[in-house]
Design a protein. Structure first.
Length: 258
């Protein structure tokens, strides 16, 4: 039916589902009226970037009046920022798996309660590239963990639950085809490695802690490249797992800064 799925039988027993970190709720807001026609959701780490993206979409869709700005739908919360431009929702998710996971749980419930259909969700962000030209855009086919495996491990109570992290291959190819109209950004499809932190987890030598040599770092990155990894960031495995489980057509695109 194209509806966004939730897999939680407890939700039906609740008098109200409060989307606490988005400052929204099923009794305090008419979610179908507010969001029922959303078709695209773009998520990224920074509130300022997602505000700028929403402003860009307003201009591209011819929705912005002179001097008109976008309003933060989640202004009552200081955790995330959400903006709307027609059928496009632009939301910040902060940095790292815990932050994006909280936002995605509430976003998926929001889309479900709003009875949205056939929603496409795309994570847009920056990353560290691996063996690619600076300024490249990596479209993720599969998100992998630090052992280069396509999995997301979530601890549920005292069980370790392993979830798939494959993203929508057709959407990846569609985005790659679109990129051919933009000559300034070389674009490729590859694996994205997701780590749990920015310093030790990504082999950086400039953190407060470092227990490995530069030679060991380079050997690890070579193995990652040979496994198909083309960029490294901190959210993609959780993003891929939650989108896949809840029936969202998802993809992740990253701009390689350095």
């Amino acid at each position: 039916s194209g509806l966004v799925l939730v897999k939680n039988p407890h939700l039906d027993l609740m008098e109200e589902d409060v989307l606490y970190h988005l400052d929204l709720g099923t009794k305090t807001h008419n979610l179908p009226a507010m969001f029922g026609d959303i078709k695209f959701v773009c998520v990224g780490g920074s509130p300022n970037r997602m505000r700028a993206f929403a402003q860009f979409m307003q201009r591209e869709l011819g929705l912005a009046a002179a001097g008109e700005d976008v309003a933060d739908i989640c202004a009552g919360s200081d955790r995330y920022a959400m903006y709307r431009a027609g059928p496009v929702l632009s939301i910040s998710h902060g940095m790292g798996i815990p932050s994006i996971s909280i936002m995605l749980h509430e976003l998926i419930k929001l889309l479900h309660h709003a009875k949205c259909r056939d929603v496409t969700i795309i994570r847009i962000g920056t990353s560290g590239g691996l063996g690619i030209e600076a300024g490249s855009v990596v479209i993720t086919d599969t998100a992998v963990d630090s052992s280069f495996q396509p999995r997301f491990e979530q601890v549920v109570l005292d069980d370790v639950v392993v979830r798939s992290t494959e993203l929508d291959k057709d959407l990846a190819e569609e985005l790659l085809a679109c990129s051919r109209d933009i000559p300034d950004f070389p674009t490729l499809i590859g694996h994205t490695m997701c780590t749990y932190d920015f310093y030790e987890g990504q082999g950086r030598l400039d953190g407060a802690l470092c227990s490995f040599s530069s030679e060991k770092k380079l050997e690890y990155l070579r193995r990652a490249y040979d496994a198909g990894v083309r960029n490294i960031e901190m959210e993609s495995t959780a993003f891929a797992a939650l989108c896949g489980l809840c029936g969202l057509k998802g993809e992740s695109c990253h701009f390689h800064l350095l």
